[in-house]
Design a protein around this ligand. Structure first.
Ligand SMILES: CC(C)(COP(=O)(O)OP(=O)(O)OC[C@H]1O[C@@H](n2cnc3c(N)ncnc32)[C@H](O)[C@@H]1OP(=O)(O)O)[C@@H](O)C(=O)NCCC(=O)NCCS
Length: 159
């Protein structure tokens, strides 16, 4: 039987409606389509998708500011979670940022155990809390930071 392979490619403007559907089923306060378009067209943003049989199964948006970057958004399709998709997307972006980016920051809802565990596997450390950062529902954000070594191998292995 032929193995199904997940491919990572650049996000295109025409991907946005499909991505926004995954976003709405992944977050209580989802990004709008307009937010994704502005990321796709922003030359400081890295925007990529994971694709399986022509279907989008995950996406990532990272903003780069000189030698720092910020993980803005990351999700896997609800029907395709726990299959290594978020790990693949993060590894893919970190590999490309490694030569000129030394730190990656992110905010995550304090109750989002799946995401906190994922980031912990990559070596992200908690560096602060933003009180009541999120709305719908109101919740603290954990601020996490990853130190990116210029010559290290990928931080977490895909399944
Ligand atoms: C968090 C999320 C992106 C993980 O995506 P994924 O493709 O399922 O993650 P992976 O399969 O690459 O998992 C990698 C590791 O993350 C952790 N993890 C992922 N899902 C988990 C869950 N439901 N419970 C506990 N740990 C989980 C595990 O450590 C896992 O490794 P393991 O399977 O070897 O234990 C996904 O659950 C999602 O889209 N959630 C909704 C959106 C979201 O919260 N995004 C993050 C915002 S900061």
């Amino acid at each position: 039987m032929k193995m199904k392979t997940i491919a990572i490619r650049e996000m295109l403007p025409e991907d946005v409606p499909e991505i926004a559907m995954i976003e709405r089923s992944s977050f209580s306060a989802p990004w709008s389509e307009t937010s994704f378009y502005s990321e796709v067209y922003n030359r400081h943003s890295i925007t990529r998708i994971a694709e399986l049989d022509g279907m989008i199964v995950g996406y990532i948006c990272v903003k780069q500011i000189i030698d720092e970057c910020h993980l803005m958004d990351l999700a896997a399709h609800p029907d395709h979670r726990k299959q290594g998709i978020a790990t693949m997307l993060l590894n893919n972006v970190i590999a490309d940022l490694r030569s000129d980016c030394r730190r990656m920051y992110l905010e995550v809802r304090a109750s989002n155990a799946a995401a906190v565990k994922l980031y912990g596997k990559f070596g992200f450390k908690t560096v602060g809390i933003r009180k009541n950062y999120y709305m719908h529902p109101e919740e603290d954000a954990i601020i996490m930071m990853l130190t990116i070594e210029a010559d290290a191998p990928a931080q977490a292995r895909p399944k």
